[in-house]
Design a protein around this ligand. Structure first.
Ligand code: AKG
Ligand code: FE2
Length: 396
């Protein structure tokens, strides 16, 4: 880990590994808090006021502001933004700038954390995202214990567990218990950084409406990005947040039911994530197969050149290309060839993401259920300790 202190009490710190990739990481939170405490000489004095996993997509930006620039944000004393992916590689635009001092510009890269005081000494902005998705974990810290987000979460989980204590986690999930109980993140209220009108009131500059239709509800907005919409049962009279929903993928009904919108979004996002992992694995397999085939028949794929790549052939190539493919055919089976195409062909990759298999989605739905059921068991397990210490600490 390297770090350098700048003027204005800022620190920019880079880690060599990306611990931030773990989505629900208390450890990450604690680590960042320690860094902030140490840098600002506030050891053991800070409480986490807000943690948000934030996705910035095309059109999103934030103008010059300080992070405490509203009366209801005055409890924010220190800010930390952890970058979870890479400028230029994963998204375009989205540079972070301080109005003055050093460093003036921060180039987001996975594992880098920028920390600064939340007051007007550190006015900053983020350039518009012009392509891709920029992912960050934003944290604000406070000296005021009354604004400790851990304590609020513990209270909510306690209330939930007292309703469902002793009930099988599976049944809780069936009734929507877990998704109902987990707090709707503040980010769904504060941020809708999808290129539609920016809802963050802290910024005086509103971003332009991009070509996407403005979606007020972040959950619906995120579903829409992945091709899904919600269908609501008409005969429901309860709280809107708890309304059971069905989903459609590109107007086709998906045969799964969800306790509420949040639950649907969780499964959809998990499915998306699971598919991307599967793709990565497949392409790694294909690479291995290819390497094996090179050893086996002495073919050097590089020397075949782009014209001769098997990918070209999947798009209907010339006879010459086919000949090269036939050469490779000796060792690469049809499945591996498809995988290889997925890895090397951007065009092909796009086509692949369009393919939606209901059976695959149901698999994700089941896996998510098992995951959240396990998570619930852990919450129940740790809750007594959390309540006693009034702190969510990592027990693993
Ligand atoms: O994502 C960033 O780089 C900074 C975000 C920011 O300034 C904010 O959320 O207040
Ligand atoms: Fe900010």
């Amino acid at each position: 880990m390297s770090s350098s202190a700048g003027e204005n009490g800022r620190l920019r710190r880079s880690t060599t590994s990306c611990a931030a990739a773990a989505p629900f990481s208390c450890r990450m939170q604690e680590k960042v808090k320690e860094i902030v405490e140490e840098h600002f000489g506030r050891e053991y004095e800070l409480f986490t006021e807000f943690t948000g996993l934030i996705s910035w997509t095309k059109g999103a930006k934030i103008g010059w502001h300080s992070d405490d620039n509203r009366p209801y944000l005055k409890q924010r004393h220190f800010s930390a933004v952890c970058y979870l992916n890479n400028y230029e590689e994963d998204f375009k635009g989205g540079l972070f700038h301080f109005e003055e001092g050093d460093p003036q510009t921060v180039v987001p890269s996975a594992g880098t954390v920028v920390i600064y005081t939340a007051d007007e000494k550190n006015m900053h902005c983020v350039d518009e995202i012009t392509d891709g998705e920029r992912c960050t974990l934003a944290l604000w810290f406070t000296l005021n214990k009354a604004h400790d987000e851990d304590e609020k979460l513990i209270q909510q989980l306690s209330a939930l567990s007292s309703n469902f204590c002793g009930v099988m986690s599976d049944q809780i999930l069936e009734q929507g218990g877990l998704t109902l109980g987990l707090p709707v993140s503040a980010s769904s209220i504060m941020y809708n950084l999808n290129g539609s009108v920016q809802q963050d009131e802290r910024s005086d500059e509103k971003s332009e409406v991009a070509e996407e239709r403005p979606v007020d509800d972040l959950r619906l907005g995120r579903m829409a990005r992945l091709g899904f919409t919600c269908s609501f049962s008409s005969n429901y009279s309860g709280d809107e947040q708890d309304r059971p929903v069905g989903i459609l993928y590109r107007h086709e009904e998906v045969p799964c039911t969800f306790s509420n919108m949040m639950h649907a979004l969780q499964v959809i996002q998990f499915h998306h994530f699971r598919r991307s992992i599967m793709k990565l694995k497949s392409s790694a397999d294909a690479e291995e197969t290819l390497a094996f085939s090179k050893i086996h028949d002495g073919t050097n794929r590089e020397s075949l050149g782009k014209e001769n790549s098997p990918l070209e052939n999947t798009h209907g190539g010339t006879q010459a290309r086919r000949t090269s493919e036939a050469h490779l055919d000796a060792d690469i089976d049809v499945r591996s060839k498809r995988r290889l195409a997925m890895k090397t062909g951007r065009e092909m990759q796009c086509v692949e993401t369009e393919i939606f298999e209901v059976r695959d989605f149901i698999e994700s739905w089941k896996e998510w259920k098992a995951y959240s059921s396990n998570l619930w068991d852990q919450v129940c397990n740790f809750l007594p300790t959390w309540k006693a210490t009034r702190l969510l600490v990592n027990h693993t």
